[in-house]
Design a protein. Structure first.
Length: 136
């Protein structure tokens, strides 16, 4: 089992086994998973204990954009207090460029945020067919 002392970033395509990979690698339970959201406060985090797993990070970014939030600033503020977390995000920047302006902006912002997270992360892995490929 590996420990989580600094933020880990896990990326990969849809349905490639990212969450299962993380749970197995770090011997964690699903009760530590936040799906498509960030914990609201320290009490929420303490209820699930650490490390916190943020699954479907890309969906959280989209929801924050729709509600007028600033996901770039919000995730960095979250990490300032919760460095020992695991962020799992689908790769959404491949394929056909969306026609809708919002979808293009969403895709670009997720990509830019992932660049910043990768710089800050202790480790970055890409999951393909349930197997991890270490990037950093």
């Amino acid at each position: 089992m590996e420990s989580v002392k600094k933020m880990k970033l896990v990326i990969g395509g849809t349905a490639q086994g990212k969450l299962e990979y993380v749970l197995l690698k770090y011997e964690l339970q699903k009760n530590k998973v936040w799906n498509g959201c960030l914990p609201n406060n320290t009490d929420d985090i303490e209820r699930k204990e650490k490390p916190v797993i943020i699954n479907h990070f890309h969906l959280w970014v989209k929801s924050r954009m729709i509600s007028g939030g600033c996901p770039e600033d919000e995730i960095m503020s979250f990490l300032d207090c919760n460095e020992d977390c695991i962020i799992i995000c689908d790769e959404i920047g491949n394929g056909i460029i969306p026609i809708e302006p919002f979808e293009r902006e969403y895709r670009e912002r997720v990509g830019r945020i992932l660049v910043q997270l990768a710089k800050r992360a202790e480790e970055v892995e890409r999951i393909i067919c349930g197997m991890g490929q270490k990037i950093k």
